[in-house]
Design a binder for this molecule. Structure first.
Ligand code: ADP
Ligand code: MG
Length: 217
């Protein structure tokens, strides 16, 4: 279980994240939506141990995998790019196959398109096992087909491993169809929290209401 208590992140005078209390159950698939600058990346980075909180505490499982918002490529081909993260070779090939990158396996990772690079970044993460998977906007560079594939593979991974998944996203498809729970962040605070249906029906604030306007299940 993930438990957050009175968590705050401040930069100078500015509080960019303020979560009094939040519990996420084991095996839950949670989407975090919200405008640019609402604190999604900050939340994921804190849970992933990449940055520190200013105040408060949180409890997370031991084995965590984190996919950053900005995908990157190391020198070398796609296989090298996955193995560099410490993955098992057969798992790396399996993930390349699932994410439809096998035909590019021997190409230089730096030559990939944005959408391909994002799927490679996901391969790097999903080739390993974890208790908590943190994905920061994993479909932002994907076309519609690519986004559907990413959602399918992440859902499969979650079902197979039973890990908890937290995904920050702007994608209504990911937030509404793939997730079991949807949180909406507004200036670092939680405006809505519930099943996608509940959040859509009761957005919690006028701001959240206009944010999800037009979203459908
Ligand atoms: N290192 C930093 N120094 C100062 N402000 C920061 C820093 N990192 C993030 N911020 C600010 O924190 C706010 C939340 O950022 P972020 O979590 O990246 O938002 P989101 O991922 O929802 O777009 C933004 O206003 C951003 O400018
Ligand atoms: Mg972000």
């Amino acid at each position: 279980m993930i438990e957050i208590n009175n968590l705050k992140k401040c930069y100078g005078e500015r509080t960019v994240l303020d979560i009094p209390s939040l519990t996420i159950n084991d095996g839950e698939m949670l989407a975090v939506a919200g405008a640019n600058g609402s604190g999604k990346t900050t939340l994921l980075k804190i849970l992933g141990g990449i940055i520190k909180t200013s105040e408060g505490s949180f409890v997370v499982p031991e084995k965590i995998l984190y996919m950053p918002q900005n995908s990157y490529a190391f020198h070398g081909d796609l296989i090298k790019n996955i193995l560099i993260g410490g993955a098992d070779r057969s798992r790396a090939f399996e993930m390349l196959d699932k994410l439809e990158l096998t035909h590019l396996a021997k190409k230089k990772a730096k030559s990939l398109s944005g959408g391909e690079l994002q799927r490679l970044s996901l391969c790097r993460v999903l080739s390993k096992s974890c208790d908590l998977l943190l994905l920061d906007e994993p479909t932002s560079a994907c076309d519609a087909t690519g986004a559907e594939l990413v959602i399918k593979v992440v859902t499969e991974y979650k079902e197979k491993t039973g890990c908890t998944v937290i995904i920050s996203t702007h994608s209504p498809l990911l937030a509404m169809n793939a997730s079991e729970r949807l949180i909406i962040l507004n200036s670092g605070k939680i405006d809505a929290d519930g099943s996608p249906e509940e959040t859509l029906a009761h957005p919690g604030s006028q701001w959240a209401k206009s944010f999800v306007a037009g979203w459908k299940i």
